[in-house]
Design a protein around this ligand. Structure first.
Ligand SMILES: [Zn+2]
Length: 421
C-alpha cells in the first residue's frame, strides 16, 4: 500500500469557508461552462476518433486552446485545470458506471496551478486576468498553518463556499527531539524504549502497550471473510460482500490506529520516534526476519508509522529492519529463542523479553545512525533498567501471555499466523 504521506515532500491542505468576491463567482461560473464544453469535446474525441480511449489533458488543450483564448479573457493558464478536470471526471464516471458518458457538472469549483496564485501578507493573490489580481484573505483556524506555510504552496482549490490550500512540506524539515523513542511493533503489543539525548544518550524507560484490540479487529474480520467465502455461493454477491467487509475492517483499524498514534505523540511531545523501515518487505519473501515475514498483513503497522510520522512535531527515523532479535544489543552475542517471547543470551547469561529487547536494538541502531553509538553494557542507565528487559511469563499490560501460549501450543507457528492475521 502506498500512502501520499510517504511520498517525497508530503502534502498538507488547510481549508476554510469564505464568501467569494463577485469576480470569483463569475470566474467559477465561466469555468463551469468551460468544463461542460470541454467534457463534450473530450467525449467526442474519445468515442468518435479513438474507440473509447480518453485523450490526455494536453491533447485536449491543443484541441481547445484557440476556443478558450478567444472566448475568455482569463489568463491562458486556466485552461490547464479545465482540461485536467474534464479528463478526471470522464475517467471517474467510466470507472464508476462501466460506460462512457458525459457526467453532469454540478459543483462550482476550480483548481489553480501554482503559477496563478501567490501568498502575501495573510492573503492569497490569485491571477484571474493577466495583471489583474483578486485577493482572498487567509482565514484558516488550522493550528499548524504556521508550520505548513513554511512549505511550498502547490495547489489551490476554490469553490463558492470554501478555499483549500495545499502545501508541499519537504522531508527532513522537522527537527530532532530531545528524547528518542524506539518502538518494536508486534502483533499484540507495541514495545518501546525511551532515551534522552544530550551529551550522552541515557535510557529512561521501557514500555509495553497492548494493541490487542487492533489484532482483535483483524481476527474478527478474517473470520467474517471466511464465512462469506464459505456461505455465499453467488460469485458476484460474494465479491461485493467481501469488498464491503474489507472496507469496514480498514475503517475500524484506521480509527484505532489514529487514536493510538495521537496518544503516543501527545505523550511524547519532545520525542523523535524510531521504527523499523517496513517498506518493501512484502516483496522480499526471503527476508531473514521471521517475525516480519510471517506478518502477512502488515499494512496497519505501516499506517501506524505514517500516522506518527505525520503527527509528530519532530522528525521520525527509520532503521533497517531484520535481525533485531538475532544479536544481543547489550553484548553483541548471539540470541536464541527457546520460546517465541524469549531471547536468551548466553554471554549475558539471562533471558530477555524478546520484544522489549528488540526495541532496545532498534534504539541502538538509530543512535548509531545519528553518530552517537551507545555502549549498553557499560552504561549506568542500563544497570538501572536491566531488570525491566528480563523475560517474565506475563507482561504487565501487555496481554502477550495469550499470544505466547497460543503460538507455542500451535503445531506450526506459520500456520497459526496465516489463519489469524
Ligand atoms: Zn548479551
Amino acid at each position: 500500500m502506498s500512502h501520499s504521506w510517504r511520498s517525497e515532500g508530503q502534502k498538507r491542505t488547510v481549508i476554510w469557508y469564505y464568501k467569494p468576491p463577485d469576480e470569483v463567482v463569475q470566474y467559477l461560473q465561466d469555468m463551469q461552462d468551460a468544463i461542460r464544453y470541454t467534457l463534450q469535446v473530450a467525449y467526442l474525441m474519445a468515442t468518435r476518433d479513438s474507440g473509447g480511449r480518453i485523450h490526455s489533458p494536453i491533447a485536449l488543450r491543443r484541441e481547445l486552446g484557440d476556443w478558450f483564448y478567444s472566448r475568455y479573457d482569463y489568463a491562458r493558464h486556466h485552461i490547464n485545470p479545465v482540461c485536467r478536470t474534464a479528463v478526471a471526471m470522464l475517467k471517474s464516471y467510466r470507472k464508476n458506471h462501466h460506460e462512457l458518458r458525459i457526467p453532469e457538472v454540478k459543483k462550482l469549483a476550480m483548481r489553480f496551478d501554482a503559477e496563478l496564485f501567490k501568498l502575501a501578507d495573510g492573503n492569497i493573490r490569485v491571477t484571474l486576468q493577466p495583471n489583474n489580481y483578486t485577493w482572498i484573505p487567509i482565514n484558516t483556524m488550522n493550528k499548524r498553518y504556521e508550520e505548513y506555510s513554511r512549505g511550498r504552496p502547490s495547489e489551490l482549490l476554490i469553490t463558492d463556499r470554501k478555499v483549500c490550500l495545499t502545501f508541499v512540506v519537504g522531508k527532513g524539515t522537522k527537527p530532532l527531539g530531545s528524547k528518542i523513542i524506539a518502538s518494536d511493533l508486534n502483533f499484540n503489543t507495541v514495545d518501546s524504549t525511551k532515551a534522552s539525548l544530550g551529551s550522552a544518550p541515557k535510557l529512561e524507560a521501557v514500555k509495553t502497550e497492548s494493541i490487542k484490540h487492533i489484532a482483535q479487529i483483524q481476527n474478527d474480520f478474517s473470520r467474517r471473510r471466511r464465512q462469506v467465502q464459505l456461505h455465499i455461493k453467488n460469485a458476484q454477491k460474494r465479491a461485493k460482500k467481501l469488498k464491503e467487509t474489507r472496507g469496514r475492517q480498514r475503517n475500524r483499524i484506521k480509527d484505532a490506529l489514529h487514536k493510538l498514534s495521537t496518544e503516543q505523540v501527545k505523550k511524547n511531545p519532545d520525542g523523535t520516534f524510531i521504527f523499523e523501515d517496513l517498506k518493501g518487505i512484502r516483496k522480499n519473501g526471503k527476508s531473514k526476519n521471521k517475525k516480519l515475514r510471517t506478518y502477512l498483513n502488515r499494512w496497519p503497522y505501516r499506517m501506524y508509522q505514517s500516522m506518527v510520522e505525520y503527527k509528530s512535531r519532530n522528525r521520525t527515523l527509520f532503521v533497517s529492519p531484520g535481525g533485531t532479535s538475532s544479536r544481543c544489543p547489550v553484548c553483541g552475542g548471539k540470541l536464541k529463542h527457546p520460546t517465541w517471547a524469549m531471547s536468551r543470551c548466553n554471554t549475558c547469561g539471562v533471558d530477555y523479553d524478546r520484544d522489549r529487547l528488540a526495541s532496545l536494538a532498534i534504539l541502538c541502531r538509530a543512535l548509531r545512525l545519528c553518530g552517537q553509538p551507545f555502549a549498553v553494557s557499560a552504561d549506568a542507565s542500563w544497570q538501572h533498567m536491566r531488570d525491566e528487559y528480563l523475560h517474565t511469563p506475563i507482561k504487565p499490560n501487555g496481554g502477550r501471555a495469550d499470544w505466547t501460549k497460543n503460538a507455542v501450543n500451535a503445531p506450526n507457528l506459520n500456520v497459526y499466523m496465516k489463519i489469524h492475521i
